[in-house]
Design a protein around this ligand. Structure first.
Ligand SMILES: Nc1ncnc2c1ncn2[C@@H]1O[C@H](COP(=O)(O)OP(=O)(O)OP(=O)(O)O)[C@@H](O)[C@H]1O
Length: 346
């Protein structure tokens, strides 16, 4: 069953329309990421689902019921904000209990039981009586998560919940979020501008671009088969280069630079070619069928090197294992399995 249905959601601030008609169906128990660049409308869409922002057009339904004109407390949802929005003068337990109190959900004993369970889930039961200002950033983040799940909402909305954490804690919390989702099975919408986070956490990624859905699909599908230049650029460390597709079939970069394409490539003419970093290999410059490029910049990344190369007047980047070591100024060859190439419209 579909838990959340958005139909033709539009939103304008003054004369500026920032959401241009979003249609989305989210299934019960699904973990969906809304991914997009800053300002594309992710938070606005989440606030509309939560009831914190009114739509300019369209409808929001939760579990089959039209909630478009209902206030937030009448929708069976919980939202966790980037800023956590905790009450500093209250204890951890009081903060987590807050939404239950506001909604008059359950007796005092039932509320206390739910609070203990939610704090257990985020492994904070031992800090129940601490005040918020005595907690680290990571602990505050867990309190905010406990507060969001305490009412077992139909839909859980998370707005960049991990963005204030340092890299290591962030990775830990990603794993924990997945575990909590698997355990509770809550329908979850997760807003992020981090493509890796979206790909690693979600059942489905919805890529937003300028107030519209650019593409959506499973992480694997959207990563391996981006349909537009924007999607390929946003989703992976990809190089996107203009080429002419000719008989062969080949992609021509310059008079003396062509790359074989798979036989299935039947269209000809001006196109964009997607070269994903992990598919490109640096080989000796005189290798048969290799493109020729010159090393411009090398950056040591610990387990590997990142190279910036000049290829037919364009800059491309790729990561190579430390066993491949070339110097800035070197001429190198580049190969790629034709099956990994993707040709997109220009
Ligand atoms: N209350 C408001 N009044 C006027 N314009 C707004 C308001 N809220 C958002 N906007 C504009 O709407 C657009 C979408 O904003 P939104 O916050 O939804 O983007 P976002 O994708 O969540 O970005 P970020 O990742 O930076 O939070 C932006 O251009 C923003 O300036």
């Amino acid at each position: 069953m579909s838990d959340l249905t958005l139909r033709q959601i539009k939103k304008s601030f003054g004369r500026t329309e920032v959401l241009h008609g979003i249609d989305l169906d989210i299934q019960s128990g699904e973990f969906v990421s809304l991914l997009g660049a800053s300002g594309c409308g992710k938070t606005t869409l989440l606030r509309i689902i939560a009831g914190l922002e009114r739509v300019s057009g369209g409808t929001v339904s939760i579990a089959g019921k039209d909630v478009t004109s209902l206030p937030p407390e009448k929708r069976d949802i919980a939202m966790m904000f980037q800023s956590y929005a905790l009450l500093p003068h209250l204890t951890v337990a009081e903060n987590v209990r807050f939404p239950l109190r506001m909604r008059g959900q359950g007796s005092r004993e039932e509320q206390a039981e739910r609070v203990v369970k939610a704090l257990d889930t985020v492994q904070l039961a031992h800090l129940a009586d601490r005040r918020i200002r005595q907690l680290s950033g990571g602990q505050q983040q867990r309190v905010a998560l406990a507060r969001a799940i305490v009412s077992s909402p139909q839909v859980l909305l998370l707005d960049e919940p991990l963005s204030n954490l340092d890299a290591r804690l962030r990775e830990e919390m990603q794993v924990e979020l997945m575990e909590i989702h698997n355990k509770l099975g809550l329908t979850t919408i997760f807003v992020t501008h981090d493509q890796e986070e979206a790909l690693s956490l979600s059942d489905r990624v919805v890529l937003l671009n300028d107030g519209q859905i650019e593409q959506q699909g499973s992480p694997r599908a959207i990563y391996s088969a981006p349909e537009t230049g924007f999607a390929s650029f946003f989703l992976g460390a990809a190089n996107l280069l203009p080429v002419t597709v000719e008989d062969g079939p080949v992609a021509r970069f310059a008079d003396d630079q062509v790359l074989a394409l798979p036989e299935t490539q039947t269209e000809r003419g001006e196109r964009m070619l997607l070269l994903r970093q992990e598919d490109l290999k640096i080989v000796p410059a005189d290798t048969d069928g290799a493109l020729k490029a010159r090393v411009a910049i090398r950056v040591f990344l610990g387990a590997r090197h990142r190279y910036m190369l000049d290829l037919a007047g364009q800059r491309i980047s790729l990561n190579a294992p430390n066993s491949v070591l070339v110097e800035p100024g070197d001429e190198v060859g580049l190969t790629i399995d034709p099956e990994q190439l993707r040709v997109l419209a220009r």
